[in-house]
Design a protein around this ligand. Structure first.
Ligand SMILES: [Zn+2]
Ligand SMILES: [Zn+2]
Length: 246
């Protein structure tokens, strides 16, 4: 079933306002404490939905939208008449538009609940973060690579890693070191290391996580960090399939 979804918003002009809409649920929604957002918005925090560009359209007043680059790679869009900052584009994420959620019409569901705080290292000292249980990241951490993962269903990954000749033992030890700490993580339903019975240099990690959030948290865990920093010189080939049950 194709879900019908639409969120609408716009600027503060009484006459001929800029209007925009997006018709797919955002990849994610986050609270941003970066100084670029907070200084530009004049607020303590920005609330941002990451929306696929092909679902986003300015439906009225496009001629009033002006751009201001707060960085060479960050293009912020304002209404030239009322000054309202509605959305922005970042060069590193050409497939997405970042929408300032408060500029949606009040009462409109943004489509995705906030799931993280980013740039907590830039928090203004007068701001106290709520005890909301959301993930917190000192810097930029968005999950655009997980955009096709359904949020509330288990997600599995099958990762295939082939060692360079002579590196089998070192690779095996590195992979083995992931198993116990991964199984101990929240939301881990399966984490298994196996070895191809034909090509003995090929190892396979089979993992299942309760949902996108725990899968993502695993990807940035300290043990995965060590793995990612160490694995490149050991391997000849790598592949991964991320799957969800039909
Ligand atoms: Zn306006
Ligand atoms: Zn920001």
């Amino acid at each position: 079933m194709i879900e019908s979804f639409k969120a609408v918003g716009g600027c503060r002009c009484d006459t001929k306002p800029v209007r925009y809409e997006y018709t797919a649920r955002p990849v994610e929604t986050h609270y941003c404490l970066c100084t670029d957002c907070t200084d530009t918005c004049g607020g303590a925090v920005a609330l941002i939905s990451v929306v696929e560009r092909n679902s986003f359209v300015v439906t009225a007043g496009a001629g009033k939208v002006v751009n201001f680059d707060t960085k060479a790679t960050c293009h912020r869009k304002f209404c030239g008449d009322c000054g309202c900052h509605m959305f922005l584009e970042i060069d590193a994420f050409p497939e997405f538009v970042l929408v300032h959620v408060p500029t949606l019409d009040r009462g409109v569901d943004p489509g995705t609940a906030p799931d993280r705080w980013v740039f907590t290292d830039s928090r203004h000292p007068l701001v106290t973060l709520p005890d909301d249980g959301l993930m917190r990241y000192p810097g930029w951490q968005v999950a655009t690579h997980l955009r096709r993962v359904e949020n509330n269903q288990p997600v599995s990954a099958v990762v295939t890693v082939t060692a360079k000749p002579g590196m089998e033992k070192t690779l095996e030890e590195l992979l083995r070191s992931l198993v116990a700490p991964s199984l101990a993580e929240d939301g881990c339903m399966l984490y298994e290391l196996s070895r191809d019975v034909h090509n003995r240099r090929t190892f396979v990690l089979t993992e299942t996580w309760e949902n996108r959030q725990t899968f993502e948290a695993h990807g940035i865990s300290p043990h995965m960090d060590v793995y990612k920093k160490s694995v490149a010189p050991l391997v000849e080939a790598r592949g991964a399939n991320v799957t969800q049950a039909l």
